[in-house]
Design a protein. Sequence first.
Length: 333
Amino acid sequence: RKLGIALVGLGYYSTNLLAPALQQTQNCRLAGIVTGTPSKAEEWMKKYNIPKENVYDYKTFDRIADNKDIDVVYVVLPNSMHEEYVVRAAQAGKHVICEKPMAITPKACQNMIDACKKANKQLAIGYRLHYEPFTKEVMRLGQEKVFGAVKFVESSDGFRSGDPNQWRLKKSMAGGGPLMDVGIYAIQGARYVTGEEPISVTAQFAPKTDPVKFKDVEETMFWQFEFPSGAVSNSTTSYASGVERLYASCEKGWFELSPAFGYGPLKGRTSKGPIEMPVVNHQAAHMDGVCKDLLDGKQLPDHVTGAEGLRDVTLLQAIYQAAETGKKLKLKA
Ligand code: NAD
């Protein structure tokens, strides 16, 4: 059996990545859509053969509770809207996948976790890289100390953002700038390569080169973590220019991914030679992985759930606080 997924929000990621990936998945299929745009509804119904009964708008969304075709609701909306739709999906009795960042505050993340727990439904975050072979390999290299203990990590993700009117540049919708959007990958990279949680953070905002476009959010910023083992990390995130690299220097060698966080193919090498791994569709691997556990009635691994989303959003907030105060912030383990 394939689980039926309903995508909520038919923007860039749903249209260009998730819907095409759902044509390749083994454990799930595109069963429904939730959109506020009637012309998109028509287009998607035709293109993906979606029956009218499985098409909702934001007002009728809660009626999804009565739809047996839909097992999983996948929330792909602007960051500030994740909380409301995850809670409503849980209340409708559906499992939920929510895009990253899970929400814009830790409190919202906790509400989402609580709502899913109360409904006895599972909550996964769109952490596609946790199902991606090159990423899994660098997790192994770092966490199993294949090149000895990790001493320092350079982990950065940024791109040149376009449209000055997009929601990503509005703090109320995005929660912040590039840190919220792609910086979260750099945080994850440092965490999954060391297999540790940071114990302190320092951070800095770079000067804005376009203060009009970036009046509401940061344009570029930097942060540093210390980990319990003594490992340290340094990261950059930016909407001004591109960077995408995860590098770990270890006692007896090094390894890196570059590109490290995009849709692939990722590329990796170590001090002993190239990393060879199968190239997969990230979105298909992620949705199939999540749905396999749901079909088998298994608990999802902690590192792809709301608990992990909350850890990252807590760190996002700590990084902003450290940059605003200019002080080193101690973090709770
Ligand atoms: P997008 O702007 O292209 O799409 C957002 C959708 O939300 C649009 O269809 C828009 O119509 C709809 N929407 C509904 N109400 C809205 C409102 N009040 N204001 C603005 N839009 C509204 O964005 P996207 O790039 O598809 O990103 C959506 C989510 O997916 C974000 O949380 C983003 O971080 C995440 N994302 C994740 C990945 C990944 O690799 N995992 C990649 C891209 C985006």
